[in-house]
Design a protein around this ligand. Structure first.
Ligand SMILES: *Cc1c(COP(=O)(O)O)cnc(C)c1O
Length: 365
């Protein structure tokens, strides 16, 4: 059994995708071919945001947002300590300082009290932005994050790499704050066949700046450089993959939801199963359980040949690369305790009930 089954999905889109690949290979528009604009329009429409600017990956998407906001040396940006490293890394890459905060025990997303606390405690720093993350598929408490941001004059960048496609009240992830980013890494709910990402915004001026940053800070013409940028373009071939995957995305999200509901029905009681708040949905980037005996649970699965994984084993404030920030152990007790208990079981749209039964039987034995 695979942790994520991309082969079944490929069989579903193979024919039209090969036709698209053939076209691109023949016309050789590998860089910024017409598929880029086509996929940007489709993604903007899906999110409800006015602009989608595709880019090379989800990490550079965050870096591009920070650069577009002129965030750099002397500035600080707040992000939760329990996440993938990308946001913290992008903050560092532009020369700013990451300030961490804790998460909520039930959703694993940013804790508003801890966020407020981080703003107060670091008021001597030049805090410019907040990067909440929609971890494992469910958006964070974006209204509360936005309210705090407005109160303190900060900009919000939603890291939607895992939750793109989800709903939050009447809106969609990607359209919940000034800026949002996603990733098309193959294992994400909406992934391509290599690296890719995108930025979303409603502001025309920010969109223009982001497009310039994406191509070396380009100005009016190709060899006119008006700002420091990156080489951050999305590949035409990868845009074609997303265009085909978008056709089956809604159906796949429905299948992910069914698989998640089936797991939760079977495993609730014995394990702490994920909770999705009633005003939002999840795209189930991961299905994570909490267990007091994680090692035992994962070992049982392994001996039966069933995969599992830990997202994430170590909080970001305790990572060696960020040791100079000086956060001691126990700085963020919820995140640190979740790191000890959490593990993920296979989640993708093509999980069969038989496979899910196998996993659940082992976990309940
Ligand atoms: C995957 C991921 C990213 C980064 O995406 P890449 O395309 O791999 O650079 C950023 N944030 C989160 C939460 C992610 O899961």
């Amino acid at each position: 059994m695979q942790f994520i089954d991309l082969k079944t999905q490929y069989a579903r889109i193979k024919e039209p995708l090969q036709k698209r690949f053939d076209d691109i290979l023949t016309n050789t528009r590998f860089i910024m071919g017409s598929e880029i604009l086509e996929v940007e329009e489709a993604l903007a429409k899906l999110s409800g945001a006015r602009h989608c600017i595709t880019c090379a990956n989800g990490t550079i998407a965050i870096e591009m947002c920070l650069r577009a906001l002129n965030i750099g040396p002397g500035d600080a940006v707040i992000t939760p300590t329990f996440s993938f490293i990308a946001a913290a890394e992008a903050i560092r890459l532009v020369g700013a300082e990451p300030v961490f905060c804790d998460i909520k025990e039930d959703s694993f997303n940013i804790d508003i009290e801890s966020l407020a606390d981080a703003i107060t405690k670091n008021s001597h720093k030049n805090i410019k932005a907040i990067i909440p993350v929609g971890l494992f598929g469910q958006p964070a408490d974006m209204n509360e994050v936005n309210q705090l941001a407005i109160k303190h004059g900060l900009t919000v960048i939603e890291d939607a790499a895992q939750c793109f496609g989800s709903n939050y009240q009447t809106k969609k992830s990607g359209n919940l704050s000034t800026l949002a980013t996603t990733s098309f890494f193959p294992a994400k709910p909406l992934g391509c066949y290599g690296d890719g990402g995108a930025v979303f915004c409603n502001d025309d001026q920010l969109a223009t700046i982001l497009k310039s940053i994406r191509v070396h800070g380009q100005g009016e013409n190709q060899y006119d450089n008006v700002r420091i940028g990156v080489n951050g373009r999305f590949d035409t071939l990868q845009a074609a993959v997303i265009l085909e995957k978008l056709k089956i995305f809604a159906d796949e999200l429905e299948l992910r939801n069914q698989a998640a509901a089936y797991y939760s029905e079977k495993l609730a009681g014995k394990y702490t199963v994920p909770t999705i708040q009633s005003d939002r949905s999840s795209v189930w980037a991961q299905y994570c359980l909490l267990s007091e005996d994680r090692a035992g649970s994962m070992a049982k699965l392994k001996t039966t040949g069933l995969p599992s994984a830990i997202y994430y084993p170590k909080a970001l404030h305790l990572q060696e690369a960020y040791a100079d920030l000086g956060y001691p152990k126990n700085s963020f007790p919820i995140a640190e305790s979740i790191c000890e208990k959490i593990f993920a079981i296979p989640m993708h749209p093509y999980l069969t009930k038989e496979d899910q039964d196998k996993i659940c039987t082992v976990l309940l034995s």
